[in-house]
Design a protein around this ligand. Structure first.
Ligand code: HEC
Ligand code: HEC
Ligand code: HEC
Ligand code: HEC
Ligand code: HEC
Length: 228
């Protein structure tokens, strides 16, 4: 209930702070700039089971799948995530930079911090609930605190480099109650890209790399980039 109220309040704030659509008039279509935080949908347990996020076979997980990340009780409500159980990272990150980058880049947003709380290697994987934890991520999935060599996160969406594939993301004539954004990839607060823009942490879709869409033929990249 409380969470719903919070979400409603956030939705309102977004609507209020949404820039008035000047470009909107210019392109002359009924696109409304609203972004979507993925809706609550049921999780098919079968998909996370056996995925890289199924830690139940590992000794430290007490044979639980959800618990390293969520708890039904005593969740940390200071963290913006559903019933969150894992200790949050406090790291400060080195950000991606380049002479051609034009968007506003900031420290990773709350959604990315959920991931970095294991993937930056500063917090133990088993630091959740009552556990202090002493198992750390290693190998290829350790992203670290230097994000300068990773695809930018905490970056605000810009239409730069996008071609005519507007319909990949926008519903030009939304009916009543229809979402004007139809992107398979969700954008977060302030239209920023975070880890879960490209990834789905429950492996719901069963796509390699726990991606939200297949990157075969670089399809994922083309959803946002149209290099010409
Ligand atoms: C490795 C961490 C991790 C594990 C394990 C995990 N989740 Fe999640 N879960 C997340 C994150 C991160 C989010 C927020 C997703 C976002 O921001 O889009 C989330 C969101 C959710 C949500 C709300 C949004 C949605 O995607 O539906 C539900 C419900 C949920 N998880 C249930 C579960 C259940 C049930 C399990 C165990 C079967 C589980 N999760 C296991 C990380 C995890
Ligand atoms: C959800 C949309 C989205 C997806 C998907 C996406 N990108 Fe990006 N990418 C962006 C945005 C936004 C920027 C920042 C561009 C800017 O502000 O100049 C960016 C930045 C970049 C940059 C740095 C550009 C520079 O000027 O330094 C590269 C390279 C890049 N992306 C490649 C990729 C590749 C390769 C993929 C596929 C694996 C991909 N992107 C997927 C949105 C996306
Ligand atoms: C509780 C700790 C934890 C959290 C939280 C977590 N991860 Fe992971 N993740 C891991 C570990 C550990 C592995 C590597 C497991 C292995 O190699 O067996 C992994 C693997 C992955 C992989 C590799 C998948 C593959 O099939 O190769 C991706 C992608 C990934 N995580 C993305 C994310 C994203 C995105 C989030 C946030 C939405 C997230 N993770 C949150 C611990 C976590
Ligand atoms: C990869 C997804 C994506 C594609 C493709 C895309 N947009 Fe957008 N668009 C967005 C996002 C995200 C926003 C920001 C929504 C917000 O601020 O809440 C946005 C906002 C807008 C807005 C509202 C004004 C503004 O700038 O905030 C207009 C108008 C717009 N887009 C037009 C277009 C047109 C025209 C095209 C095709 C040339 C296009 N978009 C292609 C993602 C996309
Ligand atoms: C723009 C899209 C995009 C964003 C944003 C993104 N990833 Fe990925 N990620 C990918 C793709 C595509 C792959 C698969 C790479 C491959 O197979 O070569 C991947 C692979 C991974 C892997 C597997 C290890 C590896 O190097 O192949 C992990 C772990 C991971 N991502 C975690 C994260 C985390 C944590 C974040 C946020 C800090 C994040 N990703 C943000 C697209 C993205």
């Amino acid at each position: 209930m409380k969470r719903e109220a919070k979400r409603e309040a956030r939705r309102k704030t977004r609507q209020e702070t949404r820039p008035k659509t000047t470009m909107h008039q210019r392109v002359g279509v009924g696109i409304v700039g609203v972004f979507v935080v993925s809706a609550i949908v049921s999780i098919a347990i079968a998909d996370i089971t056996g995925s890289k996020h199924d830690f139940s076979p590992l000794g430290w997980s007490q044979n639980e799948i959800c618990k390293p990340c969520h708890t039904p009780h005593n969740a940390d409500t200071s963290i913006e995530a559903p019933l969150w159980n894992h200790t949050q990272t406090t790291a400060v990150y080195e950000l991606y930079a380049s002479p051609t980058l034009s968007g506003d880049i900031q420290q990773p947003g709350p959604a990315s911090k959920l991931c970095l709380s294991c993937h930056d290697g500063t917090v133990a994987l088993d630091s959740y609930g009552e556990n202090a934890g002493d198992h750390y991520i290693y190998g290829q999935t350790l992203i670290g605190t230097d994000l300068s060599n990773d695809h930018p996160v905490g970056i605000k969406w810009e239409h730069r480099g996008v071609g005519s594939n507007c319909l990949d993301c926008h519903n030009i004539r939304p009916g009543p109650g229809e979402d004007p954004m139809v992107s398979i990839l969700p954008f977060f607060e302030d239209a920023r890209i975070e880890c879960a823009t490209c990834h789905e942490p429950h492996n719901k879709l069963g796509i390699e790399g726990m991606l939200r869409m297949s990157n075969d033929g670089s399809a994922l990249c083309f959803h946002c980039h149209d290099p010409k």
